[in-house]
Design a protein around this ligand. Structure first.
Ligand code: F6P
Ligand code: MN
Length: 326
């Protein structure tokens, strides 16, 4: 049977994709409200559950996951979802041409202290051979980041901001809480190529590999050292917050591999953290790497796979990669 070609908007973006993004935003608006209510509605604190990755789930992790999962699978645009808070993929009953992988509430350790959190999402196409309704499997989510048709995050801060790319640059939208709509507030975000700001959790310094040790040591030497300039350090403990700052004013963010635990060397998840952030950063003119290769070219091997991440201002990431290539 011949399938109808998808309907496109003037700029070439599929109408169904726009509707799907609107569905994500409807869920995020609700999450934004609940994050803001905090103690007033008793949503702070942990549950007794652990996710498949051994992390204790917060009440707001579960709530955010449920909102996104239900709304996406009911929408008719999403065949299946994968989430940080779901051990396995979940397939819906209403069809759709897209798969969505998400981190429902990034920066969990910030929830209970009224600091930044966010939702990260990655949208992939349903593989051609599954468009006839053949059941979706985990394998269908294991597509390189290059296949993403859209990616973004919604940051729950003093204002609620969406950063979105559909492969034609990056735009910011701010939630107008008086009317409940996301309004475009900045377009064509461009990350400055050079920077004097870096983000790394330096309490892990003793666990980093040699190239990262050397790179950070030279940065810390400041003006008198080989880099010849003083740097500033920032660490929000919420990838959304750190990437947002980099999209706004440049910088380098890295969560390198840890050498002390060969069983679990990496922290950040490929499918719903590194890949969507990678697409945003690249679309804004930055670079994204594991230290060995571009993250968006990695062939994922499992749903909750973790990878080392280096991303941000192009020239600074290149310098960091030089240390790795030496
Ligand atoms: O989702 C993982 C995450 O919370 C990121 O948002 C953040 O960048 C990082 O982990 C913080 O890690 P740590 O608690 O080790 O500083
Ligand atoms: Mn996260």
């Amino acid at each position: 049977m011949k399938r109808l070609a998808p309907e496109l908007r003037k700029d070439g973006v599929e109408l169904d994709l726009i509707s799907l993004i609107r569905t994500i935003l409807a869920a995020c608006k609700d999450i934004s409200f609940r994050v803001g209510q905090a103690d007033l509605s008793g949503v702070l604190g942990s549950t007794l559950n652990e996710n498949i990755q051994g992390e204790t789930q917060k009440k707001l992790d579960i709530l955010s996951n449920q909102l996104l999962k239900d709304m996406l699978l009911e929408s008719g645009f999403v065949r299946a979802i994968a989430s940080e808070e779901e051990d396995y993929i979940v397939e819906g009953e209403h069809g759709g041409r897209f798969l969505v992988a998400f981190d429902p509430l990034d920066g969990s350790s910030n929830i209970d202290v009224n600091s930044l959190t966010g939702t990260i999402f990655s949208i992939l196409p349903v593989p051609e051979d599954k468009l006839d309704g053949t059941p979706i499997t985990e394998q269908d989510f294991l597509q390189p980041g290059r296949n993403q048709v859209a990616a973004g995050y919604v940051m729950y801060g003093p204002s609620t901001i969406l950063a979105l790319t559909t492969g034609k640059g990056v735009d910011f939208y701010t939630l107008d809480k008086t009317h409940g709509s996301f309004l475009k507030t900045r377009d064509n975000i461009a990350i400055p190529e050079e920077t004097k700001e870096f983000a790394i959790n330096s309490s892990n310094q003793h666990k980093w590999d040699i190239p990262m040790q050397r790179y950070i040591r030279d940065i810390l030497d400041g003006k008198a050292g080989i880099r010849g300039k003083n740097f500033n350090m920032r660490w929000i403990a919420c990838m959304v917050g750190d990437v947002h700052r980099i999209l706004c004013r440049g910088g380098i963010f890295t969560y390198p591999a840890h050498t002390d635990n060969p069983e679990k060397p990496n922290k950040l998840r490929l499918l719903y953290e590194a890949n969507p952030m990678g697409m945003l950063v690249e679309q804004a003119g930055g670079l994204v790497s594991t230290g060995e290769q571009n993250i968006l070219d990695l062939q994922p091997t499992e749903l909750h796979e973790r990878v080392p991440v280096i991303l941000g201002s192009k020239q600074e990431v290149k310098i960091c990669l030089d240390y790795h290539n030496q």
